[in-house]
Design a protein around this ligand. Structure first.
Ligand code: AGP
Length: 609
């Protein structure tokens, strides 16, 4: 998964490209490069391994490369190790064609063999070089840049957001996408291309969302779109409402902390997306009351934290609406010959581009099932392919470790569960209104919780040297434990496991040693005593105990640390219990000197398998 940019206009292209890539580094950052058409009409390519700052320094912030038309790329390696040679842009031997690509060309080896048989040689291990030379092959064959791209699209299997420069067509960038994200912005005589909105917000708010298999031609006079038959197609621009500052750090040290502190606003906005005058209205999602009535079963699919949000959603929907719900890892569901019987498939994805979740949506649709996406990115592929779409209102989430988007997914799930319960008559009218009032009180309770950060920061400093951290809970407390464990692992690099507390005695308690840190989540009133017993068992084996518990919950005095959270409806407790766990992971990562927003080996959106 990578980030691509393109520019044509009156400015020097290189600084604009570098600026855009800076905003896309969260998509991949093991190497970067740009290609610019210089004043002599030659394509100049500059690439560097490592973070974008290495390229930036190499070309003096872009001043070393002149020209008004160019493309750029920041890479997260999928084919070929991170290296300058494998970095994009890639080009043909004559350097008359250059391209950048985000995605994966699944049949690149057979295409490479065909091109080798036609006299091509290759300098890199990437599928993108194959894509570039395939375009070159068809351009030489038809002498038509649009035909070259359409022929490329007809022969390639896989996903791509591809931007191409052709020396014979100066001041023009060609592009095409399939399944990988791409937007094109326009502003007077300028045209911008990018994988994501933050890359171009500084320059324009008017964007085109490029549809699958549409070809775009970016010129100073504007952008023209074509279908694969090279017939022009009309497209409307969409105005982006995000402000540029929203995609910046807003004064916080890291995007992650900024995003943790945005959660009260995000929860408010996401609830208000469907809560109108004290009742839920899912018409913007596309779901009518009639559609809700038809729901007899639900399958939730997602990956990572999105999957964890689905685990919470399962408990809440079954408890409130009494409809059977199962949650599956999207990467498993897509290959499993699941027994399905008319369920609504709910796909949860912040980016809306996760390959496994997208494939799960497609698998469900192939089986004739209705799909609802809970996504955070307007215009994302999953959003476009699902039957119904619940857009969470988290705004751009830059930190690889999700926090605000996860919280938004939780409340989207609560709202869905409440609406379904009301339609099915499984919740009394008064109880329904009381629960909605509690739901709308969550943002204030989260805001109150965020004041406890110093206590968590101190505890993180005390436990900095731990090698193994366990998170345990029962019911919804287990559902939030898995999220707390993932947060810790992915940004602090400390090994951690989450267990249903009842499972410890079936094997894992053997792992408890002197000083092992065990986090207990204690919000589910009917289960607290049992989890406390499990915690006491680990303590008797030398564990250090920390718990997350509501105000007023009795906790043994010899537990080393208690993080208090406000009292709320047990079904919403995950939204509060997760806050101390997010902050704990954040401060441990900072104390360990890690790159909090861009943890090693991870990318914000995994658009490849
Ligand atoms: C969560 O902190 C991770 N970054 C990761 O597990 C993420 O939730 C997962 O890759 C799913 O991403 P998505 O929500 O964009 O589909």
């Amino acid at each position: 998964m990578c980030g691509i940019v393109g520019y044509i206009g009156g400015k020097q292209a290189a600084p604009v490209l570098l600026d855009g890539l800076t905003k896309l580094e969260y998509r991949g950052y093991d190497s970067a490069g740009i290609a610019v058409l210089d004043p002599d009409g030659n394509i100049v390519i500059e690439k560097a391994k490592g973070r974008l700052s290495v390229l930036n320094e190499k070309i003096d912030g872009g001043r070393a490369v002149n020209g008004f038309c160019g493309i750029g790329h920041t890479r997260w390696a999928t084919h070929g190790e991170p290296s300058e040679n494998n970095a994009h842009p890639h080009c043909n031997d004559e350097k008359t064609i250059a391209a950048v690509h985000n995605g994966i060309i699944e049949n690149y080896t057979e295409l490479k063999d065909k091109l080798i048989r036609r006299g091509y040689s290759f300098y890199s291990a990437t599928d993108t070089e194959v894509a570039t030379k395939l375009v070159d092959y068809y351009y030489k064959k038809y002498n038509d840049p649009l035909r070259a791209i359409s022929e490329f699209a007809l022969r390639v299997r896989g996903s791509y957001a591809l931007a191409v420069m052709n020396k014979d067509y100066p001041d023009t960038v060609f592009a095409i996408r399939k399944d990988s994200p791409m937007i094109i912005g326009v502003n007077g005589g300028e045209a911008f291309l990018a994988s994501d909105v933050p890359a171009i917000l500084k320059y324009t708010r008017n964007v085109y969302y490029v549809d699958n298999l549409q070809i775009a031609r970016l010129e100073k006079g504007g952008v023209t779109f074509y279908n694969l038959d090279r017939e022009e197609v009309e497209k409307e621009t969409v105005e982006i409402t995000w402000n540029a500052e929203a995609a910046e750090k807003g004064g916080f040290e890291h995007f992650m902390l900024k995003e943790i502190y945005e959660q009260p606003r995000v929860v408010t906005d996401t609830v208000n997306y469907v809560l109108k005058n004290g009742d839920f209205d899912f018409s913007e999602v596309g779901l009518t009351d009639k559609d809700f009535k038809k729901i007899k079963g639900i399958v939730i699919v997602g990956c990572g934290s999105a999957y964890h949000a689905g685990v919470v959603m399962q408990y809440v929907i079954e408890d409130l609406a009494r409809v059977p719900v199962r949650v599956e890892l999207a990467s498993e569901f897509r290959y499993r010959n699941a027994v399905l019987n008319g369920e609504l498939v709910v796909a949860i994805s912040q980016s809306g581009e996760t390959a496994d979740t997208l494939a799960a949506v497609r698998a469900a649709r192939d089986k004739g099932l209705k799909t609802m996406a809970i996504v955070n990115v307007l215009g994302s592929t999953i959003a476009r392919e699902a039957d119904y779409v619940f857009f969470t209102k988290a705004g751009p989430e830059i930190s690889v470790a999700t926090t605000k988007a996860y919280s938004a997914q939780l409340v989207a799930g609560y709202a869905f569960a409440l609406k379904l319960a009301k339609i099915r008559g499984t919740v009394e009218k008064d109880e329904y209104s009381r629960i909605i009032t509690e739901l709308t009180s969550l943002p204030e309770k989260i805001r109150e919780l965020l004041n406890c950060k110093e206590e968590i920061q101190k505890f993180a400093a005390k436990t900095l040297d731990r090698h193994d951290v366990f998170f345990i809970g029962r019911g919804l407390d287990y559902a939030v434990s898995v999220e707390g464990s993932l947060k810790l692992k992915e940004i602090s690099y400390i090994h951690s496991e989450a267990y249903a507390a009842g499972e410890l005695k079936h094997g894992t308690i053997s792992l408890i040693e002197n000083g092992t840190l065990v986090f207990g989540v204690l919000t589910q009133k009917n289960l607290i005593e049992k989890t406390v017993s499990n915690l006491v068992e680990t303590k008797s084996r030398g564990a250090l105990i920390a718990v997350v518990a509501e105000e007023g919950t009795n906790v043994p005095a010899d537990f080393e640390q208690v993080f208090r959270i406000p009292v709320t409806d047990g079904r919403f407790a995950a939204s509060l219990a997760v806050i101390p766990l997010q902050l704990f992971a954040y401060y441990l990562s900072v104390l360990r000197g890690n790159d909090v927003d861009k943890p090693r080996n991870l990318a914000k959106s995994v658009t490849v398998e």
